[in-house]
Design a protein around this ligand. Sequence first.
Ligand SMILES: NC(=O)c1ccc[n+]([C@@H]2O[C@H](COP(=O)([O-])OP(=O)(O)OC[C@H]3O[C@@H](n4cnc5c(N)ncnc54)[C@H](O)[C@@H]3O)[C@@H](O)[C@H]2O)c1
Ligand SMILES: [Zn+2]
Ligand SMILES: [Zn+2]
Length: 347
Amino acid sequence: MLAVTFQSLRRVAVETVPDPVLLGSGDAIVRVERSAVCGSDMHVFHGRETGIDAGCVMGHEFLGEVVEAGPDAGVAVGTRVVSPFTTSCGGCRFCRIGLTCRCVSGALFGWVAGGIGLPGAQAEAVRVPLARSTLVPVPDGVDPDAALLCGDVLATGFFCAENGAVGPGDTVAVVGLGPVGLSAVLGAVHRGAARVLAVDDVPERLAVAGRLGGEPVDRSAVDPLEVVRDATDGAGADVVLEAVGHPSAARLAVDLVRPGGTVSSVGVHTAPSFPFSPVEAYDKNLTFAIGRCPARRLAEPLLELLRREEIDVSPLVTHRMPLADAVRAYDRFDRREDGCIKIVLEP
Ligand SMILES: NC(=O)c1ccc[n+]([C@@H]2O[C@H](COP(=O)([O-])OP(=O)(O)OC[C@H]3O[C@@H](n4cnc5c(N)ncnc54)[C@H](O)[C@@H]3O)[C@@H](O)[C@H]2O)c1
Ligand SMILES: [Zn+2]
Ligand SMILES: [Zn+2]
């Protein structure tokens, strides 16, 4: 089959690799109808995250049809499914408290290091271990692109708002308006935030934030700190949602939040330390919430919101490209070329 593989720093390739096969009784093979390129793929691409094997199949966002299922897979051949970006068992302590991303037997798609791990989904097919408790059937009537986003970025944006305990009437700032940050705008609006100040410097992304209920703040034209202070009588935002994964964004988030407020961070921070000191956190009575999204827990409720048409994620998918053009897709996503927000790859 065709698959996108990691080669070396800033190099991915579309190659022919062996078809996946069932390895365990709980495995399923999914024929990928769509996968997507994610900001997280860029950490590997640019070498900010290291250790992945050359030749590892990339990608962790996918939707498709179950074409083979082991006897314990718990999902019928022919079912259309979306997958969270990690597998989970559904029964361990962490799965039971809804922290499916920390499942003791879970794995991240598209991460094979030293021969150990789970090949990814930017491919024509993918093997899914723990299929029964990982895969989520896509309800009829939900647009497949929207459903695809429930496995990662949409879930992550909503998780960011949840982890920040955004509540009715809050003034929220969102730092970074990639697919994750834009989903965080939606999540904050959905939780009843009174104002959602959405910070980035990419014009197309600022415009989409406006369509989703946010107030665009172009950091290349205005000082976000001044905008947030003006909006809050000088106090700062109740909650700041950070969706970048760069020290500059974490620093801005801590500057924007009010004393006693919460910074909720879902950006993957690969720098060795936080760009704020313990005493700064102390002096602000800061709550700092951070971590990977338990997408398995969020996917089902999000699919239901989509089915009821309570949220509209259509502005997020801006490009669809053939899987065979993935090298160009990585480059386009990386450069944010041509108003690119989310690229869907079709085998
Ligand atoms: N926690 C999780 O489970 C999880 C899941 C998915 C993605 N992520 C992470 O979320 C982050 C965002 O992913 P994405 O796909 O939206 O990425 P992206 O690269 O498309 O978006 C990042 C955006 O941040 C903006 N930006 C950069 N520096 C900024 C700053 N200092 N202030 C304001 N905006 C700034 C960029 O212009 C860009 O629009 C990545 O770090 C990714 O790895 C985490
Ligand atoms: Zn992702
Ligand atoms: Zn588990």
